[in-house]
Design a binder for this molecule. Structure first.
Ligand code: EPZ
Length: 424
C-alpha cells in the first residue's frame, strides 16, 4: 500500500544480481569442491534454485547472503518438476549437469506472462555438442557420454542459451565457438566465475565466445555483482518522485542505455566509479522513441518501469518492445491510475498526463509489478498493488528499500480493495 507524492531522498546500496546468481548457482554443480558465493540476494527465485540443488543431493547453506554449495554429494540429475514449475530459469541446469554427469532430466518449462519463452536454441546447441535429447510427456531427457565442442550460432542473442551452452562447453571435449552470443554483463560475470573454477573461456561479453573444454573444474569463491535492473528501477523511482537519490555498489557502465534515456527526460544523473546519483527535475520531457534490445541496447527488463515515468512526461513517447512478444501487461493497470497509453502490437504510445491517481492494481510479472509501485510513488492518493509475490522474485523487500528513501509504503496482508475503502 503506497501513499504517493513524496519525493525520495537518501542513499542506498544495491544488492547482488538475481540474473547473475542463478546461472552461477547452476554452474556450482560442475565444481569438484566446495563453492562459496557472497552478496547472493535474498529472493524467492534464489531460494527455489537452492532447493533444486538440495534436491539433486548437494549440501547448500544460505546465511546473510552467503551461499556455500558442496556439490560432491550430488546423486541425481533429475530436476524436481514442482520446483521447475516455480522457476523456468532452472533450465540453466541442463548444460552443467549434462557436461558434469552425462545426463539431465528437466520438465519442459512453461511460458510465462511475458511470452512463450521457448528453449529451442538451448536444445539445438546441446544436440550439436552430441547430446541425445528425448522430449516426451512434458519432460526433456538429455544424455551424452562426453559432450563434444561445436560451432554454434544463435538465431537470437539469447541470454539463457548463451549461458547454458557456455557451461556445457566448459567440460566438453575440444573447442566450442558460440556465435551471435548475448553480451549482457551477466554473461561476463558467469565466464569469470567459470574461469575461477578452471574453465578456459575467451570473448565473453562480445558476440563470439570461444571455450576450450577441460577435464575438471575445482572450486571458487565469488562475490555476485550488483543488480543493474534493480539499480535502474531505483533510479527511476527517484526521477518519478522528483527526489534526489544516491545508489552505491553499482556499475554505471552496465546502464549506459538507461542513463542516456533518463537524461533525455531532463533528469540529472551523476556517475561515479561505483555510484549513480539522480536529481529529479520539476518537469519531465517525453522521449521520441525507446526500443528494447539485447545488451547494450535498452534492457527489456526496464521497459515497464521506464514507462511508469513516461506516463507523467510532457508530450508523447513511443516505446517498442522487441525482445518479448507480450510484455505490455502493465499498460492496463497504469491506465487504471489515469495513464494515457495506446498499444499497437509491440509498440506503446504514452501520452503524458498531469498526474496519476492512486488505485487498486495488480502485478502480472516482476518488472510490471515494479512499474506499478513506481507509479504509486508518484500518484496522488493511495495505491494498492496486489500479487506482490511477483515483485519479491526480483526485488529484496522492495518496501523496506523504498522506505529507507522516505517512501510511504507498507506491506499489508488484507485485500487491497477493503483497505482502500477503509481509507475512505
Ligand atoms: C533472461 O531471460 C533474463 N532472465 C530475463 O529477465 C531477461 O528479460 C532476458 O534474459 C532478456 O534480457 C534471467 O537471466 C534469469 P532470452 P532468458 O533467452 O534467458 C527468445 C527478469 O525480469 N528465445 O535472452 O529467458 C525468447 O523467447 C527476467 O529478471 C527463443 O526463441 O531470455 C525471447 O523472445 C525476465 N529460443 C528472446 O529470445 C530460445 O531457445 C530473448 O530471450 C531462447 C530464447
Amino acid at each position: 500500500m503506497i501513499e504517493g507524492g513524496t519525493p525520495l531522498f537518501g542513499t542506498l546500496r544495491v544488492h547482488g544480481a538475481k540474473n547473475s546468481a542463478l546461472p552461477i548457482l547452476a554452474a556450482a554443480t560442475m565444481a569438484r569442491e566446495q563453492v562459496v558465493l557472497t552478496d547472493v540476494p535474498d529472493l524467492e527465485d534464489i531460494h527455489v534454485m537452492l532447493d533444486i540443488l538440495r534436491g539433486l543431493g548437494a549440501q547448500v547453506s544460505y546465511q546473510r547472503r552467503t551461499v556455500v554449495v558442496n556439490p560432491r554429494t550430488i546423486h541425481s540429475t533429475d530436476v524436481p518438476e514442482h520446483l521447475m514449475r516455480l522457476m523456468r530459469s532452472s533450465i540453466f541446469l541442463m548444460g552443467p549437469l549434462l557436461s558434469r554427469f552425462g545426463t539431465v532430466r528437466v520438465s519442459k518449462p512453461g511460458g510465462c506472462t511475458i511470452g512463450s519463452r521457448p528453449i529451442d536454441f538451448h536444445l539445438k546447441g546441446l544436440a550439436q555438442m552430441g547430446a541425445q535429447i528425448v522430449d516426451r510427456h512434458g519432460f526433456i531427457e538429455c544424455s551424452a557420454s562426453r559432450l563434444q565442442g561445436a560451432q554454434v550460432f544463435l538465431d537470437l542473442p539469447s541470454v539463457g542459451a548463451t549461458e547454458n551452452l557456455m557451461m556445457a562447453a566448459a567440460l566438453a571435449e575440444g573447442e566450442t565457438v558460440i556465435g551471435n552470443a548475448a553480451r549482457e554483463p551477466e554473461i561476463r560475470e558467469l565466464a569469470l566465475f567459470l574461469t575461477q573454477l578452471g574453465a578456459r573461456i575467451r570473448g565473453a561479453g562480445e558476440d563470439t565466445i570461444v571455450i576450450r573444454g577441460v577435464d575438471r573444474l575445482d572450486s571458487a569463491e565469488w562475490g555476485i555483482g550488483p543488480d543493474r535492473v534493480v539499480t535502474g528501477t531505483l533510479l527511476i523511482a527517484a526521477a518519478v518522485t522528483g527526489g534526489h537519490v544516491r545508489l552505491q555498489n553499482v556499475r554505471p557502465g552496465d546502464l549506459t542505455a538507461v542513463v542516456t534515456k533518463l537524461r533525455e527526460t531532463g533528469v540529472q544523473v551523476l556517475a561515479g566509479h561505483d555510484i549513480l546519483e539522480v536529481k529529479g527535475s520539476g518537469s519531465l520531457q517525453a522521449i521520441e522513441r525507446i526500443q528494447t534490445a539485447p545488451y547494450p541496447g535498452f534492457p527489456t527488463d526496464l521497459q515497464a518501469p521506464f514507462m511508469a515515468l513516461l506516463t507523467l512526461a510532457n508530450g508523447t513517447s513511443v516505446v517498442s518492445e522487441t525482445v518479448f512478444e507480450d510484455r505490455f501487461k502493465h499498460v492496463s493497470e497504469l491506465q487504471r491510475m489515469g495513464a494515457s497509453i495506446k498499444v499497437d502490437l509491440r509498440t506503446a504510445f504514452v501520452r503524458g498526463v498531469h498526474e496519476l491517481t492512486g488505485a487498486a492494481v495488480e502485478a502480472t510479472d516482476l518488472r510490471a509489478g515494479a512499474a506499478l509501485v513506481l507509479a504509486g510513488l508518484a500518484a496522488s492518493g493511495t495505491t494498492v498493488v496486489e500479487r506482490v509475490f511477483h515483485i519479491d522474485r526480483g526485488y529484496e523487500n522492495i518496501e523496506l528499500q523504498l522506505r529507507e528513501l522516505g517512501a510511504r509504503v507498507v506491506r499489508t496482508r488484507q485485500a487491497g480493495v477493503s483497505v482502500l475503502q477503509a481509507e475512505g
